[in-house]
Write a protein that binds this ligand. Structure first.
Ligand code: ADP
Ligand code: ADP
Ligand code: MG
Length: 453
Protein backbone atom coordinates (compact mmCIF):
# COMPACT_ATOMS: atom_id res chain seq x y z
CA UNK A 1 0.00 0.00 0.00
CA UNK A 2 1.61 3.22 -1.17
CA UNK A 3 -1.17 5.77 -1.37
CA UNK A 4 -4.55 5.97 0.35
CA UNK A 5 -7.60 8.10 -0.37
CA UNK A 6 -9.22 9.26 2.87
CA UNK A 7 -12.98 9.34 2.23
CA UNK A 8 -13.94 11.43 5.24
CA UNK A 9 -13.56 14.80 6.96
CA UNK A 10 -13.03 16.18 10.46
CA UNK A 11 -10.97 14.63 13.19
CA UNK A 12 -11.00 11.09 11.78
CA UNK A 13 -9.61 12.30 8.43
CA UNK A 14 -6.76 14.04 10.25
CA UNK A 15 -6.28 10.96 12.44
CA UNK A 16 -6.00 8.82 9.28
CA UNK A 17 -3.37 11.15 7.80
CA UNK A 18 -1.33 10.66 10.99
CA UNK A 19 -1.60 6.88 10.65
CA UNK A 20 -0.46 7.13 7.00
CA UNK A 21 2.54 9.22 8.05
CA UNK A 22 3.46 6.71 10.77
CA UNK A 23 3.45 3.92 8.18
CA UNK A 24 5.16 5.88 5.38
CA UNK A 25 2.04 5.78 3.17
CA UNK A 26 1.06 8.80 1.05
CA UNK A 27 -2.41 10.24 1.67
CA UNK A 28 -4.99 11.95 -0.55
CA UNK A 29 -7.58 14.08 1.23
CA UNK A 30 -10.92 14.94 -0.32
CA UNK A 31 -13.00 17.91 0.77
CA UNK A 32 -16.31 19.62 0.17
CA UNK A 33 -15.98 23.29 -0.81
CA UNK A 34 -16.73 24.72 2.70
CA UNK A 35 -13.97 22.48 4.18
CA UNK A 36 -11.20 23.96 1.98
CA UNK A 37 -9.41 25.41 5.02
CA UNK A 38 -9.80 22.28 7.14
CA UNK A 39 -6.50 20.85 8.48
CA UNK A 40 -6.93 17.40 6.92
CA UNK A 41 -6.63 19.20 3.57
CA UNK A 42 -3.17 20.63 4.18
CA UNK A 43 -1.96 17.74 6.36
CA UNK A 44 -2.44 15.15 3.60
CA UNK A 45 0.13 14.63 0.84
CA UNK A 46 -2.46 15.78 -1.73
CA UNK A 47 -6.00 17.14 -1.58
CA UNK A 48 -8.85 17.28 -4.08
CA UNK A 49 -12.14 19.18 -3.88
CA UNK A 50 -14.93 16.69 -4.63
CA UNK A 51 -18.04 18.84 -4.54
CA UNK A 52 -20.28 21.34 -2.77
CA UNK A 53 -21.41 21.27 0.87
CA UNK A 54 -24.19 18.64 0.84
CA UNK A 55 -22.75 15.24 1.79
CA UNK A 56 -24.73 13.57 -1.00
CA UNK A 57 -22.70 15.58 -3.50
CA UNK A 58 -19.34 15.31 -1.72
CA UNK A 59 -18.43 12.85 1.05
CA UNK A 60 -21.14 10.40 -0.05
CA UNK A 61 -20.51 10.83 -3.77
CA UNK A 62 -19.20 7.37 -4.62
CA UNK A 63 -18.49 8.08 -8.30
CA UNK A 64 -16.45 11.19 -7.47
CA UNK A 65 -14.50 9.40 -4.72
CA UNK A 66 -13.61 6.44 -6.94
CA UNK A 67 -12.68 8.77 -9.79
CA UNK A 68 -10.32 10.78 -7.56
CA UNK A 69 -8.81 7.61 -6.09
CA UNK A 70 -8.01 6.25 -9.54
CA UNK A 71 -6.88 9.60 -11.00
CA UNK A 72 -4.42 10.19 -8.12
CA UNK A 73 -3.04 6.66 -8.28
CA UNK A 74 -4.32 5.44 -4.91
CA UNK A 75 -4.35 1.75 -4.14
CA UNK A 76 -6.66 1.89 -1.12
CA UNK A 77 -9.56 3.84 0.43
CA UNK A 78 -9.96 4.58 4.14
CA UNK A 79 -13.60 5.21 5.15
CA UNK A 80 -13.27 6.26 8.85
CA UNK A 81 -16.65 6.33 10.67
CA UNK A 82 -19.97 7.75 9.50
CA UNK A 83 -20.49 8.58 5.78
CA UNK A 84 -19.66 5.45 3.69
CA UNK A 85 -17.91 3.46 6.43
CA UNK A 86 -20.73 0.89 6.74
CA UNK A 87 -21.90 0.91 3.14
CA UNK A 88 -21.44 -2.57 1.67
CA UNK A 89 -22.12 -1.37 -1.90
CA UNK A 90 -19.28 1.13 -1.57
CA UNK A 91 -16.91 -1.59 -0.36
CA UNK A 92 -17.91 -3.64 -3.42
CA UNK A 93 -17.44 -0.73 -5.81
CA UNK A 94 -13.92 -0.19 -4.41
CA UNK A 95 -13.05 -3.83 -5.00
CA UNK A 96 -14.48 -3.64 -8.54
CA UNK A 97 -12.11 -0.72 -9.27
CA UNK A 98 -9.16 -2.71 -7.91
CA UNK A 99 -8.94 -0.58 -4.76
CA UNK A 100 -8.42 -2.00 -1.26
CA UNK A 101 -11.32 -1.02 1.01
CA UNK A 102 -9.75 -0.63 4.47
CA UNK A 103 -12.40 -2.51 6.40
CA UNK A 104 -14.28 -5.80 6.46
CA UNK A 105 -15.51 -7.63 3.38
CA UNK A 106 -18.71 -6.26 1.84
CA UNK A 107 -20.61 -9.40 2.82
CA UNK A 108 -19.63 -8.95 6.50
CA UNK A 109 -20.77 -5.31 6.44
CA UNK A 110 -24.07 -6.47 4.97
CA UNK A 111 -24.46 -9.30 7.48
CA UNK A 112 -23.97 -7.03 10.50
CA UNK A 113 -25.49 -3.87 8.99
CA UNK A 114 -28.91 -5.46 9.11
CA UNK A 115 -29.29 -5.31 12.89
CA UNK A 116 -32.28 -7.65 12.94
CA UNK A 117 -30.30 -10.29 11.04
CA UNK A 118 -27.19 -9.69 13.16
CA UNK A 119 -29.14 -10.98 16.16
CA UNK A 120 -29.54 -14.33 14.42
CA UNK A 121 -25.80 -14.45 13.69
CA UNK A 122 -25.03 -13.71 17.35
CA UNK A 123 -27.36 -16.54 18.46
CA UNK A 124 -25.64 -18.87 15.98
CA UNK A 125 -22.31 -18.30 17.73
CA UNK A 126 -23.71 -18.66 21.24
CA UNK A 127 -23.75 -14.94 22.07
CA UNK A 128 -26.71 -13.92 24.29
CA UNK A 129 -29.24 -11.50 22.76
CA UNK A 130 -32.13 -9.57 24.32
CA UNK A 131 -35.50 -11.26 24.00
CA UNK A 132 -37.10 -9.91 20.83
CA UNK A 133 -38.43 -10.56 17.35
CA UNK A 134 -36.94 -13.10 14.94
CA UNK A 135 -35.83 -10.61 12.35
CA UNK A 136 -37.80 -7.71 10.92
CA UNK A 137 -41.46 -7.17 11.88
CA UNK A 138 -43.53 -6.25 8.81
CA UNK A 139 -46.96 -6.10 10.34
CA UNK A 140 -47.41 -4.71 13.89
CA UNK A 141 -50.72 -6.56 14.24
CA UNK A 142 -48.95 -9.90 13.76
CA UNK A 143 -46.86 -9.75 16.95
CA UNK A 144 -49.54 -10.15 19.63
CA UNK A 145 -48.01 -13.40 20.91
CA UNK A 146 -44.53 -11.97 20.97
CA UNK A 147 -45.68 -8.89 22.90
CA UNK A 148 -47.42 -11.14 25.43
CA UNK A 149 -44.26 -13.14 25.77
CA UNK A 150 -41.84 -10.17 26.04
CA UNK A 151 -43.98 -7.87 28.17
CA UNK A 152 -43.61 -4.07 28.14
CA UNK A 153 -41.65 -1.85 27.74
CA UNK A 154 -40.65 -2.84 24.22
CA UNK A 155 -37.97 -1.14 22.16
CA UNK A 156 -38.77 -0.65 18.46
CA UNK A 157 -35.48 -0.38 16.55
CA UNK A 158 -34.55 0.43 12.96
CA UNK A 159 -32.90 -2.54 11.31
CA UNK A 160 -30.58 -0.21 9.39
CA UNK A 161 -30.17 2.06 12.44
CA UNK A 162 -27.18 4.00 13.73
CA UNK A 163 -26.41 7.14 15.71
CA UNK A 164 -29.36 6.38 18.02
CA UNK A 165 -31.97 7.22 15.38
CA UNK A 166 -35.13 5.27 14.50
CA UNK A 167 -35.71 3.96 18.05
CA UNK A 168 -38.91 4.22 20.12
CA UNK A 169 -39.79 2.83 23.56
CA UNK A 170 -43.37 1.54 23.78
CA UNK A 171 -44.45 1.40 27.43
CA UNK A 172 -47.84 -0.21 26.83
CA UNK A 173 -49.84 -2.02 24.19
CA UNK A 174 -52.07 1.01 23.63
CA UNK A 175 -49.20 3.13 22.31
CA UNK A 176 -47.40 0.34 20.46
CA UNK A 177 -48.99 0.71 17.00
CA UNK A 178 -48.48 4.49 16.84
CA UNK A 179 -44.84 4.29 17.98
CA UNK A 180 -44.23 1.43 15.57
CA UNK A 181 -45.22 3.62 12.61
CA UNK A 182 -43.20 6.56 13.97
CA UNK A 183 -40.03 4.48 14.27
CA UNK A 184 -40.63 3.02 10.83
CA UNK A 185 -41.13 6.46 9.26
CA UNK A 186 -38.03 7.88 10.95
CA UNK A 187 -36.03 4.86 9.76
CA UNK A 188 -37.24 5.39 6.19
CA UNK A 189 -36.22 9.04 6.34
CA UNK A 190 -32.83 8.56 8.02
CA UNK A 191 -31.69 5.34 6.35
CA UNK A 192 -33.95 4.86 3.32
CA UNK A 193 -35.17 1.61 4.88
CA UNK A 194 -38.34 1.40 6.98
CA UNK A 195 -37.62 -2.06 8.45
CA UNK A 196 -37.86 -2.29 12.23
CA UNK A 197 -37.51 -5.09 14.79
CA UNK A 198 -38.35 -5.49 18.47
CA UNK A 199 -36.37 -5.99 21.65
CA UNK A 200 -37.40 -6.03 25.26
CA UNK A 201 -36.42 -2.62 26.66
CA UNK A 202 -34.31 -3.18 29.74
CA UNK A 203 -34.05 -0.27 32.17
CA UNK A 204 -31.04 0.39 34.36
CA UNK A 205 -28.60 -0.93 31.75
CA UNK A 206 -25.05 0.02 31.00
CA UNK A 207 -23.53 0.09 27.50
CA UNK A 208 -20.42 -2.05 27.29
CA UNK A 209 -18.62 -2.72 24.02
CA UNK A 210 -15.60 -4.75 23.02
CA UNK A 211 -13.09 -3.54 20.44
CA UNK A 212 -12.05 -6.44 18.24
CA UNK A 213 -9.71 -7.00 15.31
CA UNK A 214 -9.82 -9.94 12.92
CA UNK A 215 -7.43 -11.10 10.22
CA UNK A 216 -10.21 -12.33 7.91
CA UNK A 217 -8.99 -15.92 8.28
CA UNK A 218 -10.71 -16.82 11.54
CA UNK A 219 -8.18 -15.26 13.96
CA UNK A 220 -9.58 -12.53 16.21
CA UNK A 221 -8.24 -10.55 19.16
CA UNK A 222 -9.80 -8.00 21.49
CA UNK A 223 -8.22 -4.83 22.87
CA UNK A 224 -10.48 -4.66 25.90
CA UNK A 225 -13.91 -3.25 26.57
CA UNK A 226 -15.20 0.33 26.81
CA UNK A 227 -18.03 1.58 28.98
CA UNK A 228 -20.25 4.07 27.10
CA UNK A 229 -23.10 4.33 29.58
CA UNK A 230 -23.10 8.14 29.60
CA UNK A 231 -25.55 8.77 26.74
CA UNK A 232 -28.26 11.18 25.71
CA UNK A 233 -30.95 10.00 23.33
CA UNK A 234 -29.01 6.77 22.71
CA UNK A 235 -25.91 8.77 21.68
CA UNK A 236 -22.63 8.54 23.54
CA UNK A 237 -21.34 11.63 25.34
CA UNK A 238 -18.28 10.11 26.97
CA UNK A 239 -16.58 6.73 27.01
CA UNK A 240 -14.18 5.12 29.44
CA UNK A 241 -12.14 1.98 29.94
CA UNK A 242 -11.91 -0.34 31.70
CA UNK A 243 -15.58 -0.51 32.71
CA UNK A 244 -15.72 0.62 36.36
CA UNK A 245 -18.36 -1.96 37.34
CA UNK A 246 -17.43 -5.32 35.81
CA UNK A 247 -15.89 -8.13 37.82
CA UNK A 248 -12.96 -9.95 36.21
CA UNK A 249 -15.23 -12.92 35.44
CA UNK A 250 -17.97 -10.77 33.86
CA UNK A 251 -15.36 -8.94 31.80
CA UNK A 252 -13.88 -12.22 30.55
CA UNK A 253 -17.31 -13.55 29.54
CA UNK A 254 -18.21 -10.43 27.57
CA UNK A 255 -14.83 -10.31 25.83
CA UNK A 256 -15.15 -13.99 25.04
CA UNK A 257 -18.58 -13.53 23.44
CA UNK A 258 -17.26 -10.71 21.26
CA UNK A 259 -14.34 -12.85 20.11
CA UNK A 260 -16.60 -15.83 19.33
CA UNK A 261 -18.71 -13.62 17.08
CA UNK A 262 -15.72 -11.98 15.35
CA UNK A 263 -13.91 -15.27 14.80
CA UNK A 264 -17.19 -16.96 13.80
CA UNK A 265 -17.80 -14.60 10.89
CA UNK A 266 -14.09 -14.56 9.86
CA UNK A 267 -14.09 -10.87 10.65
CA UNK A 268 -11.43 -8.71 8.96
CA UNK A 269 -10.20 -5.38 10.35
CA UNK A 270 -11.49 -3.28 13.24
CA UNK A 271 -14.96 -3.78 14.65
CA UNK A 272 -16.90 -3.22 17.84
CA UNK A 273 -19.32 -5.63 19.41
CA UNK A 274 -21.84 -3.70 21.51
CA UNK A 275 -23.70 -5.11 24.52
CA UNK A 276 -26.08 -3.87 27.15
CA UNK A 277 -25.37 -5.01 30.69
CA UNK A 278 -28.29 -5.37 33.10
CA UNK A 279 -26.98 -3.98 36.38
CA UNK A 280 -29.75 -5.74 38.36
CA UNK A 281 -29.31 -9.28 37.08
CA UNK A 282 -25.66 -8.93 35.94
CA UNK A 283 -26.66 -10.42 32.54
CA UNK A 284 -25.32 -9.08 29.25
CA UNK A 285 -26.87 -9.07 25.79
CA UNK A 286 -25.52 -8.40 22.30
CA UNK A 287 -27.16 -5.36 20.63
CA UNK A 288 -25.12 -4.76 17.48
CA UNK A 289 -21.75 -4.90 15.77
CA UNK A 290 -20.27 -1.76 14.20
CA UNK A 291 -18.09 -2.80 11.27
CA UNK A 292 -15.70 0.17 11.38
CA UNK A 293 -13.41 2.16 13.65
CA UNK A 294 -15.36 3.99 16.34
CA UNK A 295 -15.24 7.56 17.58
CA UNK A 296 -14.03 6.31 20.98
CA UNK A 297 -11.10 4.14 19.78
CA UNK A 298 -8.49 6.42 21.49
CA UNK A 299 -9.69 5.20 24.90
CA UNK A 300 -8.37 1.76 24.00
CA UNK A 301 -5.21 3.27 22.49
CA UNK A 302 -4.44 4.98 25.80
CA UNK A 303 -4.60 1.63 27.63
CA UNK A 304 -2.68 -0.46 25.11
CA UNK A 305 -0.27 2.04 23.55
CA UNK A 306 -1.31 0.68 20.13
CA UNK A 307 -2.15 2.75 17.03
CA UNK A 308 -5.49 1.16 16.15
CA UNK A 309 -5.93 3.07 12.89
CA UNK A 310 -2.47 1.93 11.72
CA UNK A 311 -3.54 -1.61 12.66
CA UNK A 312 -6.50 -1.26 10.28
CA UNK A 313 -4.08 -0.35 7.48
CA UNK A 314 -1.76 -3.25 8.32
CA UNK A 315 -4.59 -5.78 8.31
CA UNK A 316 -5.77 -4.41 4.94
CA UNK A 317 -2.25 -5.19 3.63
CA UNK A 318 -2.67 -8.80 4.77
CA UNK A 319 -0.35 -8.57 7.77
CA UNK A 320 -0.88 -10.62 10.94
CA UNK A 321 -2.66 -9.09 13.95
CA UNK A 322 -0.26 -7.11 16.14
CA UNK A 323 -2.51 -5.72 18.89
CA UNK A 324 -3.90 -7.37 22.01
CA UNK A 325 -5.67 -6.85 25.34
CA UNK A 326 -4.55 -4.06 27.69
CA UNK A 327 -2.01 -5.13 30.34
CA UNK A 328 -3.14 -5.50 33.97
CA UNK A 329 -1.58 -2.20 35.07
CA UNK A 330 -2.94 -0.17 32.11
CA UNK A 331 -4.64 2.45 34.30
CA UNK A 332 -7.86 4.18 33.26
CA UNK A 333 -8.84 6.37 30.29
CA UNK A 334 -11.86 8.64 29.70
CA UNK A 335 -12.88 10.37 26.44
CA UNK A 336 -15.11 13.45 26.32
CA UNK A 337 -16.82 14.33 23.03
CA UNK A 338 -16.54 18.08 22.45
CA UNK A 339 -19.48 19.01 20.25
CA UNK A 340 -20.47 22.44 18.91
CA UNK A 341 -23.80 22.34 20.73
CA UNK A 342 -25.61 24.44 23.35
CA UNK A 343 -26.51 21.90 25.98
CA UNK A 344 -28.60 24.50 27.82
CA UNK A 345 -30.78 24.88 24.69
CA UNK A 346 -31.68 21.25 24.13
CA UNK A 347 -28.25 20.57 22.57
CA UNK A 348 -29.01 22.63 19.50
CA UNK A 349 -26.08 22.96 17.08
CA UNK A 350 -23.85 26.01 17.55
CA UNK A 351 -22.03 26.65 14.27
CA UNK A 352 -19.97 29.79 13.67
CA UNK A 353 -16.49 31.22 14.03
CA UNK A 354 -14.24 30.00 16.85
CA UNK A 355 -12.49 33.10 18.23
CA UNK A 356 -10.41 31.19 20.80
CA UNK A 357 -9.41 27.52 20.80
CA UNK A 358 -6.92 26.64 23.53
CA UNK A 359 -6.92 22.92 24.30
CA UNK A 360 -5.28 21.70 27.52
CA UNK A 361 -1.85 20.05 27.54
CA UNK A 362 0.08 17.95 29.99
CA UNK A 363 0.84 14.40 31.04
CA UNK A 364 -1.95 11.94 30.30
CA UNK A 365 -3.86 14.42 28.12
CA UNK A 366 -4.63 13.94 24.42
CA UNK A 367 -6.86 16.05 22.19
CA UNK A 368 -7.92 14.71 18.77
CA UNK A 369 -9.65 17.45 16.84
CA UNK A 370 -9.62 19.45 13.64
CA UNK A 371 -10.34 23.07 14.56
CA UNK A 372 -8.25 26.01 15.78
CA UNK A 373 -8.65 29.69 16.63
CA UNK A 374 -10.22 31.30 13.56
CA UNK A 375 -11.90 28.11 12.28
CA UNK A 376 -15.50 28.27 11.17
CA UNK A 377 -17.73 25.41 12.29
CA UNK A 378 -19.92 24.37 9.35
CA UNK A 379 -23.61 23.73 9.90
CA UNK A 380 -23.76 20.90 7.35
CA UNK A 381 -22.06 18.05 9.20
CA UNK A 382 -21.80 16.21 12.51
CA UNK A 383 -21.21 18.66 15.37
CA UNK A 384 -18.23 16.87 16.93
CA UNK A 385 -15.15 19.15 16.94
CA UNK A 386 -12.73 17.24 19.09
CA UNK A 387 -12.26 14.55 21.68
CA UNK A 388 -10.44 15.11 24.95
CA UNK A 389 -8.91 11.89 26.20
CA UNK A 390 -7.32 11.66 29.65
CA UNK A 391 -5.36 8.81 31.12
CA UNK A 392 -4.43 8.14 34.76
CA UNK A 393 -3.05 5.35 36.92
CA UNK A 394 -6.60 4.57 38.08
CA UNK A 395 -10.10 6.03 37.62
CA UNK A 396 -9.76 8.57 40.43
CA UNK A 397 -6.49 9.81 38.93
CA UNK A 398 -7.98 10.02 35.44
CA UNK A 399 -10.97 11.93 36.82
CA UNK A 400 -8.78 14.43 38.63
CA UNK A 401 -6.77 14.99 35.45
CA UNK A 402 -10.06 15.36 33.55
CA UNK A 403 -11.27 18.05 35.95
CA UNK A 404 -8.07 20.04 35.46
CA UNK A 405 -8.03 19.53 31.69
CA UNK A 406 -11.67 20.56 31.24
CA UNK A 407 -11.15 23.61 33.45
CA UNK A 408 -8.20 24.69 31.27
CA UNK A 409 -9.93 24.00 27.91
CA UNK A 410 -10.74 27.49 26.60
CA UNK A 411 -13.13 27.89 23.67
CA UNK A 412 -14.80 31.15 22.68
CA UNK A 413 -17.12 32.21 19.85
CA UNK A 414 -19.38 29.14 19.88
CA UNK A 415 -21.07 26.95 22.50
CA UNK A 416 -19.60 23.52 23.17
CA UNK A 417 -20.32 20.55 25.40
CA UNK A 418 -17.23 21.35 27.53
CA UNK A 419 -19.52 22.99 30.12
CA UNK A 420 -21.61 19.85 30.31
CA UNK A 421 -18.51 17.71 30.90
CA UNK A 422 -17.26 20.11 33.61
CA UNK A 423 -20.49 19.48 35.51
CA UNK A 424 -20.31 15.74 34.84
CA UNK A 425 -16.84 15.24 36.31
CA UNK A 426 -17.96 16.89 39.55
CA UNK A 427 -21.11 14.79 39.89
CA UNK A 428 -20.98 12.31 42.81
CA UNK A 429 -23.06 9.67 40.98
CA UNK A 430 -20.73 9.79 37.98
CA UNK A 431 -17.69 9.67 40.28
CA UNK A 432 -19.10 6.51 41.89
CA UNK A 433 -20.37 5.29 38.47
CA UNK A 434 -23.88 4.78 39.88
CA UNK A 435 -25.39 5.41 36.44
CA UNK A 436 -27.36 3.84 33.60
CA UNK A 437 -27.94 4.81 29.97
CA UNK A 438 -30.92 7.07 30.84
CA UNK A 439 -29.19 8.69 33.81
CA UNK A 440 -28.11 11.84 31.92
CA UNK A 441 -31.64 12.60 30.75
CA UNK A 442 -33.51 11.48 33.87
CA UNK A 443 -31.22 12.59 36.68
CA UNK A 444 -28.14 14.55 35.71
CA UNK A 445 -29.53 17.24 33.36
CA UNK A 446 -32.59 18.06 35.52
CA UNK A 447 -30.23 18.45 38.52
CA UNK A 448 -27.87 20.74 36.61
CA UNK A 449 -30.72 22.97 35.42
CA UNK A 450 -32.32 23.00 38.89
CA UNK A 451 -29.00 24.03 40.47
CA UNK A 452 -28.63 26.92 38.00
CA UNK A 453 -32.06 28.45 38.75
P1 ADP B 1 -19.62 5.42 17.63
O1 ADP B 1 -20.37 4.17 17.99
O2 ADP B 1 -18.54 5.24 16.65
O3 ADP B 1 -19.20 6.19 18.83
P2 ADP B 1 -22.12 6.61 17.27
O4 ADP B 1 -22.84 5.34 17.61
O5 ADP B 1 -22.17 7.74 18.22
O6 ADP B 1 -20.62 6.31 16.87
O7 ADP B 1 -22.68 7.11 15.90
C1 ADP B 1 -22.71 6.26 14.80
C2 ADP B 1 -22.35 7.04 13.59
O8 ADP B 1 -23.27 8.09 13.42
C3 ADP B 1 -20.98 7.64 13.72
O9 ADP B 1 -20.24 7.14 12.66
C4 ADP B 1 -21.15 9.14 13.65
O10 ADP B 1 -20.34 9.72 12.65
C5 ADP B 1 -22.59 9.32 13.27
N1 ADP B 1 -23.21 10.27 14.18
C6 ADP B 1 -23.10 10.33 15.52
N2 ADP B 1 -23.79 11.36 16.02
C7 ADP B 1 -24.39 11.96 14.99
C8 ADP B 1 -25.24 13.10 14.84
N3 ADP B 1 -25.62 13.82 15.89
N4 ADP B 1 -25.67 13.42 13.61
C9 ADP B 1 -25.29 12.70 12.55
N5 ADP B 1 -24.47 11.63 12.62
C10 ADP B 1 -24.02 11.27 13.80
P1 ADP C 1 -27.35 2.44 17.24
O1 ADP C 1 -27.17 1.56 16.03
O2 ADP C 1 -28.18 3.63 16.97
O3 ADP C 1 -26.06 2.72 17.93
P2 ADP C 1 -27.90 0.47 19.34
O4 ADP C 1 -28.64 -0.79 19.04
O5 ADP C 1 -26.44 0.36 19.50
O6 ADP C 1 -28.28 1.56 18.22
O7 ADP C 1 -28.53 1.14 20.63
C1 ADP C 1 -28.15 2.42 21.02
C2 ADP C 1 -28.33 2.57 22.52
O8 ADP C 1 -29.68 2.33 22.92
C3 ADP C 1 -27.52 1.58 23.35
O9 ADP C 1 -26.22 2.05 23.59
C4 ADP C 1 -28.33 1.48 24.62
O10 ADP C 1 -28.05 2.58 25.47
C5 ADP C 1 -29.74 1.62 24.14
N1 ADP C 1 -30.37 0.30 23.91
C6 ADP C 1 -30.31 -0.44 22.80
N2 ADP C 1 -31.03 -1.58 22.91
C7 ADP C 1 -31.56 -1.56 24.15
C8 ADP C 1 -32.43 -2.44 24.89
N3 ADP C 1 -32.90 -3.57 24.37
N4 ADP C 1 -32.78 -2.09 26.16
C9 ADP C 1 -32.33 -0.94 26.69
N5 ADP C 1 -31.53 -0.07 26.06
C10 ADP C 1 -31.14 -0.36 24.81
MG1 MG D 1 -24.77 1.34 18.78
Amino acid sequence: MKKVLIANRGEIALRAVRACNALGIRSVAVFAAPDAASPHVWAASEAVCIGPAPSSQSYLNVDALLHVACATGCDAIYPGYGFLAENADFAERCAAEGLIFIGPEAQTIRLMGDKAAARATAIKFGVPVVRGSDGVVDDPTQVEHLLDDMGFPVLIKASAGGGGRGMRIARSRSEFAALFSQASREAQQAFGDASVYLERFISNVRHIEVQVFGDGKGQAVHVGERDCTVQRRHQKLLEEAPSPILTATERAHIQDSALRLAAGVNYRGAGTVEFIFDADTREYFFIEMNTRIQVEHPVSEMLTGADLVAEQFRIACGEALSVGPPPADCGHAIEFRINAESFRHDFRPSPGRITTWEPPRGPGIRVDGFVATGSTVQPYYDSMLAKLIVHGTDRAHALSRARAALAAFKVEGIDTTIDLHRALVHDPDFAASRIHTKWVEERFLPQVFEGEK
